[in-house]
Structures are given as C-alpha cells and as structure tokens.
Design a protein. Sequence first.
Length: 135
Amino acid sequence: MIAGLHSSTHSTLVVIGGILIIAIADALSDALGIHISEESEIKHSTREIWESTISTFLSKFVFALTFIIPFLLLSLSAAIIASLIWGFSLIILFSLYLAKQQNLTPYKVVLEHLIIAIIVVVITHYVGDWVSIFG
C-alpha cells in the first residue's frame, strides 16, 4: 500500500494518511473476524472472546503504526526504503518463528513469504503508477 500511494501521489501526507487508515481498518476488520470466529467455536468465555478481540486490534494497530515512524523522520524516498526494510524484516522474523513452531524448513518458509510480499509491493507500485495517470 505504501508503494502504491507513493507512486500515485509522491506525497508524505497521503502515505501517512493511508497508513493510519489501514491501521484502523485492517485492525478492526481482523479483530471482528477473530471475535466472530471465537464466538462460533462455542468453547470460549465472553471474557476470552473480548480479550482475543482487543489484543488482535491492538497488536495489528500498533504494528501498522510503526510504519509511520520513517515518514516522520526521513525524506519520502528514504522513508519508503526504510518501510520496505522494516516490513521485509518483520516478514522474515515471523516466518522464522512460524517455521520453528511447525518444524518446517526455515529458508523455504521465509522465501515463500518474501516472494509473496515482493509481488504485492510490485503490483501496488504499478497500480499506483496507473492511478496517477488518471489523477
């Protein structure tokens, strides 16, 4: 999303606004999904359901907000690079953790997730370019 907003607008303010919107929308939608999933299992207390809902929202929201930091401290181009490095680093760390938990080959899990992330970044960049043509 950051790559797409940057390529379509070249505006720090728009990128920060997009990160905030995604932080809220993605965190709320995932929290709602967890809430409904936990309720449908009919094996959790109301307290457990709400703890899962709130912790999902807060963790997703805080992680998304970390992507704003480079845009507050660096030039737009440097912030884009820093955000990509931060995002890929998180993907690597979570992939390694996942591989360890599931006794999978770490490099295969990391490579798979990085390839998907790179495809997403490239597609959103080119969609942003396409949008800028019509904007």
